[in-house]
Design a protein around this ligand. Structure first.
Ligand code: ADP
Ligand code: NI
Length: 223
């Protein structure tokens, strides 16, 4: 056991947070629902144990609260998630030594923001970010991508795409779910922070590459 046990009421804090998140996400889209949070929470605990670093309460709360109000489901409002999480943690009486780093995780976890600021971040952020990225990879990552594409009513794939000026674009562009693999999912393994996260990402990445290979063969009628 790497991490110390934390405050006396540790279990009660986690239990209340789980209840709060489940209730809050009860109508969420399938790729961003409580089950996503639970997988990220488990991944984060696994990585924290292997890496033996970070404050475990900050990691658990960061994982549990990281998608409490995702901006893309809230008219692009990036302040809502940190605000809801902050108010909830204050209602539990948690000190700023916990709430501030948890809010920092929620504000900085996403792919989009990471690209913008590219700051190194805390050990806890690195772990929760890896845990979240792992859930966008592998079999679950494939399932989530197509679920999100369905939610947005997007085609699976388009072979010929014409941009506004009539020029053909590559497979990586366009408003279809296969395009998302090239825009984001296949890049994630190169962005992992921790050794444990990288190793897990390698396996899940390889699985997606196989999937894409099979997908294109079937699409072309070669199988
Ligand atoms: P982040 O918040 O880190 O930027 P997202 O919330 O965008 O990550 O992604 C979460 C999940 O939703 C991932 O599994 C991702 O593949 C899926 N997703 C996001 N955007 C798209 C898209 N345009 N097409 C398909 N899946 C998507
Ligand atoms: Ni997430």
């Amino acid at each position: 056991m790497c991490n110390n046990a934390g405050p006396e009421d540790y279990k009660a804090i986690i239990d209340k947070t789980v209840g709060f998140v489940k209730e809050h996400l009860k109508d969420a889209e399938g790729g961003h629902d409580w089950h996503h949070i639970e997988r990220v929470w488990k991944n984060a605990l696994h990585i924290a144990e292997k890496e033996c670093t970070g404050n475990i309460l900050i990691i658990e709360l960061g994982a549990l609260l990281h998608d409490i109000a995702d901006a893309k489901f809230n008219n692009g409002d990036e302040t809502l998630g940190p605000r809801i999480a902050g108010e909830f943690m204050h209602s539990l009486g948690l000190s700023e030594s916990i709430t501030v780093p948890v809010i920092e995780i929620i504000e900085n976890i996403s792919f989009r923001k990471q690209n913008k600021h590219n700051t190194p971040g805390s050990e806890e952020l690195k772990i929760v970010q890896d845990a979240d990225r792992l859930d966008a990879l592998g079999a679950i990552g494939i399932a989530r991508a197509f679920n999100y594409g369905g939610f947005k009513n997007r085609p699976l794939y388009e072979t010929t795409e014409l941009s506004g000026n009539g020029i053909n674009t590559t497979v990586g562009k366009g408003n279809h779910t296969i395009g998302h693999f090239y825009e984001k999912l296949l890049l994630l393994k190169g962005l992992m922070n921790t050794r444990t996260g990288k190793a897990m990402a390698e396996e899940r990445h390889a699985y997606m590459v196989n999937f894409l290979d099979e997908f294109f063969k079937e699409w072309e009628g070669e199988r």
